[in-house]
Design a binder for this molecule. Structure first.
Ligand code: XMP
Length: 485
């Protein structure tokens, strides 16, 4: 059959971007403060805020993941490092806080104070339960006990023998009461034979109060995700026990080899898997079919990231807003409910609101989070202002690092698909999250929606003309710092 080349142009689908639309204000009786921004990121993971940080080497390592999970979002540790280092990053997030620490570092009564000091220093801890006869607690050694003790005496001589303990069923409120009343900072948890089962610290108890929206697992530990290549089963297996979900990290998931690799991976690894990136109805349907029930979420968007040159170089792309709507349509046609994560091109809360309105459950951001204190890399001062480094994972610098250590990622394409540069420093994650959450709440208020699912129903999109793009930003005014322009 002859190819109808002309209709390829005339029948082209509109691939819309964030700048093409506004949310048309709707009748509202919703106060922004009453908006519920909590969402399901996957079948099992619930977030209090729909914010996820990109797995990029200038965005998410353990510090970012800890800070974001504490605020109610989730960080995805990047994979541009050896497997052990990525696992260690995930472990650091898990260790950052927990209601009951299970892998407690202990000491025995016959060891020396010098051993205790070394342990405390190496593990960065301030107290050691003292155990003997198969983990039975016989004392506790705190910083106070060791500070004035002779390093050569035994632990037995310096430890506090009268230990305040709690039973395995203790609740957080009970633990707090006991610790306040008895003025102790560490509360060992023991069974009826005084066998040590865990340790509660006052720091963790207060942390739960300080971060009420935090994303936690059943043990009170922060949730964390990690990025993997679908080909890298070795990495996925190493991460499996230390993360709450794995996130596929390929630009074009709708590829026969990748679908096959991801199928194999999801059959061998038993932790939730987010597929992506995808951007079309066909890609979504093929993915759902190939992965047969193993898709916990979908990363949407190809070529819209602020550091992307994919579309410029290859002219291939599925802008994030378009990608979200296509995937949402496909899932609806298939009759399955799988959360969509809008990934790339989100500059401000309004873009996030549009992505959610188009059918996404969460938004993933690289650029915005790269500017935070907790992203990897130090501050850079240029002309009196502060910046942080930010680069695409397809940039030459980033790819060179990955190729040195990731045998699954061969430099198939000699050209870079990302750029590197700097982004303005924005302050701590908590400030940025607060700004985004307030912005999202305000958008929901305009749309009259109380939750993301309500927004899906109520949001009405307005198409913006090229003239409108200019009018909808501050104009006809000289802003501070722009006086010379
Ligand atoms: P933002 O707009 O937040 O987008 O900076 C972050 C997302 O961009 C994707 N990403 C890339 N895309 N070349 C690309 O085409 C790259 O080098 C690159 N690095 C990251 C990724 O989906 C990320 O979450």
């Amino acid at each position: 059959m002859p190819v109808d080349f002309y209709s390829k142009l005339t029948n082209a689908r509109g691939v819309y971007t964030f700048r093409d639309f506004v949310l048309v204000p709707g009748r509202s009786d919703v106060e922004p403060s009453k908006v519920d921004l909590s969402i399901n990121l996957t079948k099992q993971i619930h977030l209090n805020l729909p914010l996820v940080s990109s797995p990029m080497d200038t965005v998410t390592e353990s510090d970012m993941a800890i800070a974001l999970a504490r605020e109610g979002g989730l960080g995805i540790i990047h994979r541009n490092m050896p497997i052990e280092e990525q696992v260690e990053n995930a472990k650091r997030v898990k260790r950052a806080e927990s209601f009951i620490i299970r892998d407690v570092v202990t000491i025995t009564p016959d060891q020396k104070i010098s051993d205790a000091l070394e342990l405390m220093h190496n593990k960065s801890i301030s107290g050691l339960p003292v155990v003997s006869d198969g983990d039975r607690i016989v004392g506790i050694l705190t910083k106070r006990d060791v500070n004035f003790a002779d390093p050569n005496v035994s632990v037995r001589e310096a430890m506090t023998s009268e230990v305040i303990v709690a039973g395995p069923e203790v609740t957080i409120e009970e633990a707090k009461k006991i610790m306040n009343k008895r003025k102790v900072e560490k509360l060992p948890v023991v069974d009826k034979n005084r066998k040590l089962m865990g340790l509660i610290t006052i720091k963790d108890v207060y942390s739960r109060e300080r971060f009420p929206l935090a994303t936690r697992d059943s043990q009170g530990r922060l949730l964390v995700g990690a990025a993997v290549s679908p080909y890298d089963i070795e990495r996925a297996k190493a991460l499996e026990k230390h993360v709450d979900l794995l996130v596929s990290d390929v630009a074009h998931f709708h590829n026969t080899n990748i679908l096959e690799a991801a199928k194999k991976l999801t059959n061998e690894v038993f932790v939730e898997f987010i597929a992506g990136n995808l951007g079309t109805i066909e890609g979504t349907k093929d993915t759902i079919e190939a992965l047969d029930g193993h898709v916990a979420g979908i990363r949407a968007g190809v070529g819209s990231g602020s550091i992307c040159v994919t579309s410029e170089v290859t002219k291939a792309g599925a802008p994030t807003l378009f990608a979200v709507s296509q995937i949402a349509v496909a899932l609806q046609e298939l009759g399955v409910e799988i959360p969509i994560i809008a990934d790339g091109g989100i500059r401000a809360a309004g873009d996030g609101a549009l992505a959610l309105a188009a059918g996404a459950s969460a938004i993933m951001m690289g650029n915005v989070f790269a500017g935070c204190t907790e992203s990897p890399g130090g501050l850079i001062k240029i002309g009196g202002k502060y910046y942080k480094p930010y680069r695409g994972m397809g940039s030459m610098a980033s790819r060179q690092k990955r190729f040195a250590m990731d045998r699954y990622n061969q430099p198939a394409k000699g050209i870079a698909e990302g750029v590197e540069g700097v982004v303005p420093y924005r302050g701590d994650v908590s400030t940025v999250v607060e700004e985004f959450a307030s912005g999202l709440r305000a958008s929901f208020g305009y749309a009259g929606a109380t939750s993301v699912k309500d927004l899906w129903q109520k949001a009405k999109f307005g198409a913006v003309t090229a003239a409108g793009v200019d009018e909808m930003r501050p104009h006809s005014i000289i802003l501070p710092g722009e006086e010379k322009i």
